[in-house]
Design a protein around this ligand. Sequence first.
Ligand SMILES: NC(=O)c1ccc[n+]([C@@H]2O[C@H](COP(=O)([O-])OP(=O)(O)OC[C@H]3O[C@@H](n4cnc5c(N)ncnc54)[C@H](O)[C@@H]3O)[C@@H](O)[C@H]2O)c1
Ligand SMILES: CCCCC[C@H](O)/C=C/C=C\C=C\C=C\[C@@H](O)[C@@H](O)CCCC(=O)O
Length: 216
Amino acid sequence: MNLSGKVALVTGAAQGLGKAFSESLLSQGAKVCLADVKVQQGKTTAAEFQKTFGNDSAFFEKCDVSIADDVTNVFKKVKSKYGQIDILVNNAGIANETHWRKMVDINLVSVIQGTQLGIEYMSKEYGGNGGVIINVSSSAGLVPVFITPVYCAVKFGVVGFTRSVAVNPRNRSTSGIRFCCLCPAFTDTDIIKFKKDSGINMKYAPKILKSVGINK
Ligand SMILES: NC(=O)c1ccc[n+]([C@@H]2O[C@H](COP(=O)([O-])OP(=O)(O)OC[C@H]3O[C@@H](n4cnc5c(N)ncnc54)[C@H](O)[C@@H]3O)[C@@H](O)[C@H]2O)c1
Ligand SMILES: CCCCC[C@H](O)/C=C/C=C\C=C\C=C\[C@@H](O)[C@@H](O)CCCC(=O)O
């Protein structure tokens, strides 16, 4: 696919799946804003991409998606630097059942805010070019996972929210935006290196991972 002339905003892009999505977009010609709360990792990733794809191809912006002003700010930054937004990937996420309110904010509330801002910036109805908004849920947004009930709840929420926005007749007819929800299965990134304070039952987590071929 040729994405030259297109501009993407990817949250949680410093590492893991967000980094991989960004690299794929860049390799197809898009410019990418890498938004993440991890400053050092984000800067390193941006420098790596600038070296491969060109200085103006990517930039890092510090953004904690659980802070509403940070999210508003990152959209403004992309618009002022690249002039438009065509592709939005609401990807940032954590797995932590202890700090579950924070997880709801990061994994669900920020996806809702990001999608609403995406519509504001991208919809043809408001002077944008249309495009695509991709919300990253999980296979755990489709099936129950007893060791992570809150993670499951928010990922089910992302699926329900995205599907509802996608079938809104107004969005379908006039926005020019496609709304997609990704539900990846286990992928070997930091999120499945369950930290001790994550509240995720370490007795069962490795067994579930092992059942899909990941030995942790
Ligand atoms: N790896 C898997 O098995 C898997 C499977 C299904 C879905 N997912 C989802 O994919 C997405 C990416 O996860 P990953 O696997 O790459 O894990 P990861 O931990 O490697 O990456 C998550 C990224 O999100 C960032 N992030 C966390 N909190 C943030 C915040 N408040 N503001 C901004 N950025 C923040 C992190 O700094 C990190 O760069 C998540 O939404 C996750 O739930 C992952
Ligand atoms: C444990 C979730 C942490 C986050 C990872 C991420 O989002 C990926 C989740 C993907 C899928 C999860 C599927 C879990 C299924 C289990 O409930 C169960 O069906 C597996 C049964 C294993 C067995 O005993 O055979």
